[in-house]
Design a protein around this ligand. Structure first.
Ligand SMILES: Cc1cc2nc3c(=O)[nH]c(=O)nc-3n(C[C@H](O)[C@H](O)[C@H](O)COP(=O)(O)OP(=O)(O)OC[C@H]3O[C@@H](n4cnc5c(N)ncnc54)[C@H](O)[C@@H]3O)c2cc1C
Length: 371
C-alpha cells in the first residue's frame, strides 16, 4: 500500500488536522464534509488547553490530555510553517478562582495532587491578584494558577490546517449528503456519498456529533450524543486579562486583540444548533462574576456547537472490527482541541500501520459494541 488512498469524513478540527498530517506523511487524501471546514463543535470552541482542570476526575482523560499538551508546540510549529498563517497560541496558564469554602477545598485538593506529581502551580491570595490578574474579581477568596495550561484560536487553526492540507494536495469535497460505508474485497473500503461511490485503503470517520448518522454496513451506530455549548464574544480593551480565567459558572479566554471568549453552556437538546437569550445572559453574568470590568462589554458574537459525547466521556478512536480499513476518530466531547495533536499522531500511525499505541486500549471503538 504505497501511498495509501484515504477518505476523511468531517472537516472539523479533527478531520482537517488529520487530513493535513496524512498528506504530509504521503497519503493521497480526500475530505468529505456536509457543510464547509470548521463547522460543527469546532466553530464554538474556546480552545482551552487545560488537562489538569478537565481531567481532574479521570486518570485516562488527564493522561491523554497531558500527552497531547506535550505535542502542542511542535504541532503548532508545523501548522504555521505549512500554512503561513498567524495563529493564536498561548501557554501562560489558567487562573481558577474560588468563591466559597467548597471551591477553596476543591482547589486545595487539586493543588495537593499537583504537588505530589511535581507539577508547577501556585495558590494566589486576593491581595496578590494585582501581580497576576489585576482585573479578576475581588470577591474571590483566592485562585489556583497552573502555568502549563494555555489556549489556542480554534477556527484559525482549523482553517490553517485545511489550507495547509490543500497545499499538500488534499481535495475537499463539501456539501456531501448522507454517507454509507462498507467493506470491499482486499480490505478496501467503499464510501457512497453525494450520489457517487468512492473507494479507499483507509477511511477516517471524524464527523463529531454526526458520526452516529453515518451508516457503516454491519456495524452499530456510533454512540455519540450531541451536547450543545453556547459561547459569546465580548469586546474589551486588550490586556484586561492575561490568561484563561476559570470559575464555578464559566470561564473566559482573553485574546490579544481585546476579544474575550466566554463559555459555556452544557445542554442536551439534540441537534439544535441555535443559541438562546437565556444562554447569552447566563454567560454575560459568568463573565462579570470573573472579571467585573466586563459587565456591559459589547457583545460581538454568539456561537454554538454540538460537542460529540461518548458513553464514557472518552474519545472513540481506533480501528473498526467490522470494516477493515475503517478508523474511528470521534467523541472528543469537551476536549477535542486539547486532544487534537495526539489524535493526529494516533490516526497517522494507524493509517500507516506503525504499530498500536498503548493509549488505544482505553479508546477502542469495540468497547461500545459492534463497531
Ligand atoms: C462551546 C464549546 C466550547 C468548547 N471548548 C473547548 C475547549 O476549550 N477546549 C477543548 O479542547 N475543546 C473544547 N470544546 C470541544 C471541541 O470543540 C470539540 O471536541 C471538537 O471541536 C470536536 O471536533 P470534531 O472535528 O471531532 O467535530 P466537529 O467540529 O463537530 O466537526 C465534525 C464535522 O463533521 C461534519 N459532518 C457531519 N455530518 C457529516 C457527514 N455525513 N459527512 C461529512 N461530514 C459531516 C460537520 O459538518 C462538522 O464540520 C468546546 C466545544 C464547545 C461546543
Amino acid at each position: 500500500m504505497n501511498p495509501p488512498v484515504v477518505i476523511v469524513i468531517g472537516a472539523g478540527i479533527v478531520g482537517c488536522t488529520v487530513a493535513h498530517q496524512l498528506a504530509r506523511s504521503g497519503a493521497s487524501v480526500r475530505v468529505f464534509e456536509t457543510r464547509q471546514p470548521g463547522q460543527g463543535a469546532t466553530r464554538a470552541s474556546a480552545g482551552i488547553l487545560a488537562p489538569y482542570i478537565e481531567g481532574h476526575g479521570s486518570d485516562a482523560l488527564r493522561s491523554l490530555g497531558l500527552r497531547s499538551l506535550d505535542l502542542y508546540a511542535d504541532f503548532m510549529d508545523r501548522l504555521i510553517a505549512d500554512s503561513g498563517a498567524d495563529l493564536i497560541y498561548a501557554r501562560n496558564g489558567t487562573f481558577e478562582l474560588a468563591f466559597d469554602s467548597a471551591d477553596v477545598k476543591r482547589l486545595a485538593a487539586l493543588a495537593a495532587a499537583l504537588a505530589r506529581q511535581g507539577v508547577a502551580h501556585q495558590w494566589v491570595a486576593p491581595a496578590a491578584f494585582k501581580n497576576h490578574e489585576p482585573a479578576a474579581s475581588p470577591a474571590a477568596l483566592g485562585a489556583l494558577l497552573i502555568p502549563a495550561h494555555g489556549f489556542v484560536g480554534v477556527t484559525s487553526v482549523t482553517l490553517a490546517a485545511a489550507a495547509a492540507a490543500r497545499k499538500q494536495g488534499v481535495e475537499f469535497i463539501t456539501e456531501t449528503g448522507a454517507i454509507r460505508i462498507r467493506a470491499l474485497t482486499s480490505s478496501r473500503v467503499g464510501v457512497d456519498a453525494g450520489g457517487a461511490t468512492w473507494d479507499a485503503d483507509r477511511v477516517v470517520l471524524a464527523a463529531g456529533s454526526w458520526s452516529s448518522q453515518i451508516v457503516v454496513e454491519g456495524a452499530a451506530a456510533v454512540p455519540v450524543t450531541p451536547i450543545r455549548g453556547q459561547l459569546i464574544e465580548l469586546q474589551s480593551e486588550p490586556g484586561l486579562a492575561q490568561r484563561v480565567i476559570w470559575g464555578p459558572d464559566g470561564y473566559l479566554v482573553p485574546w490579544p486583540d481585546g476579544t474575550v471568549l466566554v463559555g459555556s453552556t452544557v445542554e442536551d437538546v439534540g441537534f439544535d444548533e441555535r443559541h438562546t437569550d437565556e444562554g447569552v445572559s447566563t454567560l454575560r453574568a459568568a463573565a462579570a462574576a470573573l472579571v467585573p470590568g466586563l459587565a456591559g462589554a459589547p457583545l460581538t458574537s454568539v456561537r454554538t456547537g454540538l460537542r460529540p459525547r461518548g458513553p464514557d466521556d472518552l474519545p472513540i478512536l481506533g480501528r473498526s472490527t467490522v470494516v477493515p480499513g475503517l478508523i474511528y476518530a470521534t467523541a472528543h466531547y469537551r476536549n477535542g482541541v486539547l486532544l487534537t495533536p495526539l489524535t493526529v499522531q494516533l490516526v497517522d500511525d494507524l493509517v500507516f500501520d506503525r504499530g498500536d499505541d498503548p493509549a488505544l486500549r482505553d479508546l477502542a471503538p469495540a468497547r461500545h459494541g459492534r463497531l
